[in-house]
Design a binder for this molecule. Structure first.
Ligand code: COA
Length: 438
C-alpha cells in the first residue's frame, strides 16, 4: 500500500511539473569530466526525454579538461593567473579545436537519441583586457548572446550547443568560461532553470559553516539556499577551496536576475536530472530567489488539496477530521505552504475571545518533513497574531507536544483556554494544551 501510494504521488508530481514546464527554457552546463563518465549516455537519454516532452534546452559543455589535454598533446604552454588560463594567439586554434570537439561529442550522442542539435557562433565576446598589469590576451568575457537567433533555433525544435568560444565584432575568437557563458545564457534567455551538472557530490552540513535559512536534507546535504543565504554561505566559507563555490557564485548571479532556479547536481548519479526536475525535494542543491518559500492565505480552490494533505494524519488520529464543508466555511483562517503551485503544508489561526487565538490544523506533507516547513508555518501564524494585536496563542495537541515546546510554547491547562474555546473542548480526545505569549 505504502509503495503504491509513493508511486501515485510520484506520478502526480511528474504530471504537475510537466504542465509547469510547457515552453520552459532550461540551460544545462555539463562539466567535461561528466562527458567521460560511464553514466553519461544515460544522462543524454534523460535530456532527450525532456526535449521530447517539449522542454526547450540549451547545452553548454565545459571543455576545460579537454583543452588541457589538447594543449598538452601539442606541447603548447599557457599560464594561468587567478585560476584563469591566459589564451595566447598561438594556443587559441587548439582551444577552439578542443571546445568544438566536446560540443561535437554531445551533438553526436544526441543524434543517437534522434534529437537534432546545432553548434553555433551566437556569442559575442570581448577580451578580459589587462588586469593588474597582466594582459589576458584572447581570454574573453561574454558580451552578449544573439537571443533572437537562439530562440528561433529553439522554436524549430533543435538544441543549440554552445562551445566555450565567443567572437568579437571582427570575428576574433576568445576563450570564455563556460560557467559564465551558461549564467549569461540563462539570464538572456529568461530560462526557468539553469543546471550545473558537475562531477562533485553535493555540499554537506558537516564540512561548512551554514548560514541561517539554509535547508538541509535528512542526509545532511544542503538542499536549498535562497540567493541571500547562498551569498552568506560563500562569505562564511570564503577560505574553502571547494570547486563547488564557483557554481554557487554563478548561481547567485543567475537566480538574482530572474532565473527561477539554479540546480547544482552530481552528474555521476543515474537519473539525477529527472529527480531534480520532477520532485521539488531534488537530489542536488538548489539556489532560488525569494519566490520559493511561499506561505499564502488559503483559497477555496485549495480545499481538496488540504483535505488530501490532512487525510493520512487524520487516519493516525494526530489531526481532528475536518470536512469539505467545514474547510469551505473557514478557509480564511488558514494559510498554505506552496511550492511550485502545489501545496505541501497548512495551518490555521482561529481567533477566540480575550485577545487569544488557537493555532490549529498544522500539517506538513509527510514527504516534506524535517525541512523546517512546519516551523515556518507556526512562526508565520504567530507573526499574524502579533499583527492583529493579540496577547496569546495556544495549541491543543495529542502527539506533537515536544515539537511545540521546541518552538517556545509552554504547557498550560484548560483554565488557559478562553471561555468560548473551553466550551467546545473535546474531553474525550484529552489533548494537551500549550500556550505562547506574544
Ligand atoms: C509536526 C510537523 C508539523 C512538523 O513539521 P516539519 O516541517 O517536519 O517540522 P520542522 O522541519 O519545522 O521540524 C522538524 C523537527 O521537529 C521534530 N518533530 C517532528 N515531529 C515531532 C513530534 N511529533 N514530536 C516531537 N518532535 C517532532 C523533529 O525531530 C524534527 O527535528 P529534526 O529535523 O532535527 O529531526 C509535521 O511532522 C506534521 O505534519 N505532523 C503531523 C501533524 C501534527 O502533528 N500537527 C500538529 C498538531 S496541530
Amino acid at each position: 500500500m505504502e509503495h503504491s501510494k509513493e508511486q501515485i504521488d510520484l506520478i502526480r508530481e511528474v504530471f504537475h511539473y510537466s504542465h509547469l514546464f510547457n515552453d520552459a527554457v532550461f540551460v544545462i552546463k555539463i562539466d567535461y569530466r561528466i562527458i567521460d563518465h560511464p553514466l553519461f549516455p544515460s544522462l543524454v537519454k534523460d535530456l532527450a526525454l525532456l526535449h521530447q516532452m517539449g522542454i526547450k534546452m540549451v547545452i553548454i559543455p565545459g571543455a576545460k579538461a579537454r583543452i588541457e589535454e589538447v594543449l598538452d598533446r601539442y606541447g603548447i604552454e599557457t599560464r594561468t593567473a587567478e585560476g584563469v588560463r591566459i589564451s595566447t594567439e598561438e594556443s587559441i586554434p587548439f582551444i577552439k579545436m578542443a571546445a568544438f570537439d566536446v560540443s561535437n561529442r554531445i551533438m553526436t550522442m544526441l543524434a543517437g537519441q534522434k534529437v537534432h542539435a546545432v553548434i553555433g557562433n551566437w556569442v559575442r565576446a570581448r577580451s578580459m583586457g589587462v588586469i593588474k598589469g597582466l594582459d589576458y590576451q584572447q581570454t574573453g568575457i561574454v558580451e552578449k548572446i544573439d537571443v533572437a537567433l537562439v530562440k528561433k533555433i529553439l522554436a524549430e525544435g533543435l538544441i543549440p550547443v554552445f562551445p566555450c568560444i565567443g567572437w568579437n565584432s571582427l570575428g576574433k575568437p576568445y576563450n570564455i568560461n563556460s560557467n559564465e557563458l551558461a549564467t549569461v545564457a540563462s539570464i538572456s534567455l529568461k530560462a526557468q532553470k539553469l543546471f550545473f551538472v558537475t562531477p562533485y557530490p553535493g555540499l554537506t552540513e558537516s564540512a561548512y559553516k551554514i548560514p541561517p535559512g539554509a535547508y538541509l536534507a535528512p542526509d545532511g546535504r544542503i538542499s536549498r539556499l535562497s540567493v541571500e543565504a547562498a551569498l552568506e554561505f560563500s562569505r562564511l566559507n570564503a577560505d574553502s577551496s571547494d570547486p563547488l563555490l564557483e557554481y554557487i557564485d554563478f548561481g547567485c548571479r543567475a537566480a538574482s536576475r530572474q532565473v527561477d532556479r539554479v540546480h547544482i547536481i552530481d552528474g555521476t548519479i543515474d537519473g539525477v536530472i529527472l529527480k531534480e526536475i520532477f520532485s521539488n525535494l531534488g537530489m542536488g542543491m538548489m539556489i532560488h530567489g525569494n519566490i520559493y518559500d511561499s506561505i499564502r492565505s488559503m483559497e477555496p480552490r485549495d480545499v481538496s488539496d488540504v483535505l488530501r494533505l490532512m487525510e493520512p494524519l487524520v487516519e493516525k488520529e494526530i489531526l481532528v477530521r475536518r470536512t469539505e464543508d467545514q474547510l469551505n466555511a473557514s478557509y480564511e483562517n488558514y494559510v498554505v505552504y506552496e511550492v511550485d503551485d502545489s501545496i505541501h503544508g497548512c495551518g490555521a489561526l482561529v481567533e477566540f475571545s480575550g485577545d487569544t487565538a488557537e493555532i490549529a490544523g498544522i500539517a506538513v506533507d509527510q514527504s516534506y518533513k524535517h525541512l523546517g516547513i512546519g516551523q515556518k508555518i507556526v512562526e508565520y501564524l504567530i507573526g499574524e497574531a502579533r499583527k492583529r494585536g493579540l496577547g496569546r496563542v495556544f495549541v491543543l495537541t495529542t502527539q506533537t507536544a515536544d515539537w511545540f515546546q521546541q518552538l517556545g510554547f509552554v504547557p498550560g491547562d484548560i483554565s488557559d483556554l478562553p471561555e468560548d474555546r473551553r466550551r467546545i473542548y473535546d474531553t474525550k480526545r484529552k489533548s494537551k494544551i500549550f500556550k505562547f505569549l506574544l
